[in-house]
Design a protein around this ligand. Structure first.
Ligand SMILES: Nc1ncnc2c1ncn2[C@@H]1O[C@H](COP(=O)(O)OP(=O)(O)OP(=O)(O)O)[C@@H](O)[C@H]1O
Ligand code: SF4
Ligand SMILES: [Mg+2]
Length: 340
């Protein structure tokens, strides 16, 4: 990987929430790199730390949460700025947040103001990053809304969020995120609440815009089907840790962690009968009571007491890491490659 392409390097990131009754380790030592123009998919069930990781990158971890360890190195103009060390209210992070790294939030309803028109919110977003007149900002807003496929954008300028459908609100969120031509767009479950057709349209749109702006995307979802369509590289998270890291083809054709394998068995695939779909046994444990040793062990069909221990992330090939002590025993293809 050429170093010039690296946009963001997250190293050993830890985020804790200090609740009165317990401390929750929401993100527990996660590391990854995002390159310009590429899409990193982050997948995992609810509560695995996906959104908290995203918020940390924008310096927006909510109280009582705190970054307790690690670096978030944002590369720009030959320099690396550690976002984890910046004052979350300071001018430096504010110039990066929305100016260079933008986010589409999981809850579009709460991200758009109910009391201001769509036009006013878009114009304000444009003027935050560009010193242009109100009428010029309005023209930029109309253009962006047209670009994201919103019908009659001039009319939408005077509309309020309750007058828009879910798909339209999501398109407005994308248009707002693009007002600053970000280098990195973080999309947190941007299509989960939408019908399948609208979802497909929004994904197409994001890919087109990515090509046009050479924008990197961090795409968060619990839908592996969406990961297959969008991602170049994938991180599978479970209870705040990466359990498998690989390129998208390896995840779909050589998944080696029991959790990834279980996720894959639970989604429809063209090569598997729908009748054979399975659900993952059990559920994600309460984050205040993370199981000792391998956190996945209560749900793992390959768990062997005394053999699993606390697994480190094992490098099974150049671009493939798996957090499982028994990774070679349960994956014949990896064991065979190892002895070659
Ligand atoms: N504001 C908060 N206060 C307390 N704990 C929080 C808060 N936000 C997140 N957490 C804790 O961090 C864990 C990870 O949360 P996060 O929102 O990152 O999950 P997620 O993977 O995005 O899940 P989902 O798929 O449901 O969006 C949660 O299980 C919760 O325990
Ligand atoms: S270490 Fe053991 S319990 Fe954990 S994923 Fe591997 S086989 Fe399953
Ligand atoms: Mg989330």
């Amino acid at each position: 990987m050429s170093n010039n392409n690296v946009l963001l390097e997250v190293k050993d990131l830890k985020v804790s929430f200090y609740l009165t009754e317990a401390t929750v380790q929401a993100v527990d030592g996660v590391s990854f790199t995002i390159e310009a123009g590429k899409t990193l998919g982050i997948v995992g069930e609810s509560g695995c730390g996906k959104s908290v990781t995203a918020r940390a990158i924008l310096g927006m971890v909510r109280k009582p949460g705190k970054i307790t360890n690690g670096e978030i190195l944002y590369h720009r103009a030959g320099q690396a700025i550690d976002i984890a060390k910046l004052d979350p209210e300071g001018p430096e992070i504010r110039s990066i947040r929305w100016g260079e790294i933008a986010m589409i939030f999981q809850e579009p309803m709460t991200s758009l103001s109910p009391v201001h028109t769509i036009g006013n919110q878009m114009i304000e977003a444009v003027q935050l990053h560009k010193s242009v007149s109100k009428s010029a900002a309005e023209a930029v807003s109309v253009d962006l809304m047209r670009r994201v496929g919103l019908p009659y954008p001039e009319r939408l300028l005077t509309a309020y969020r309750h007058e828009l459908s879910g798909g339209m609100r999501q398109r407005v969120m994308i248009a707002m995120a693009l007002t600053c031509s970000p280098r990195l767009l973080i999309a947190d479950e941007p299509t989960t609440a939408l019908d399948v057709t609208t979802q497909a349209q929004i994904l197409d749109l994001m890919r087109d815009l990515q090509d046009e702006y050479n924008m990197a995307i961090m795409f968060i979802t619990h839908n592996l089907g969406v990961i297959a369509e969008m991602a170049d590289d994938v991180i599978v998270m479970y209870l705040g840790k990466e359990v498998e890291v690989a390129d998208v083809d390896t995840v779909f054709y050589g998944a080696s962690h029991p959790y990834t394998q279980a996720l894959l068995r639970s989604i429809p695939r063209h090569d598997v009968d729908v009748e054979r779909l399975e659900t993952i046994s059990g559920s994600v444990p309460d984050p205040t009571a993370i199981p000792a040793g391998c956190a996945f062990h209560p749900r793992c069909r390959h768990y062997v007491k005394g053999a699993c221990g606390t697994p480190p992330l094992v490098q099974v090939s150049a671009q493939h890491q798996v957090r499982c002590t028994r990774v070679y025993e349960i994956n014949e293809h990896l064991a065979a490659a190892q002895t070659e």
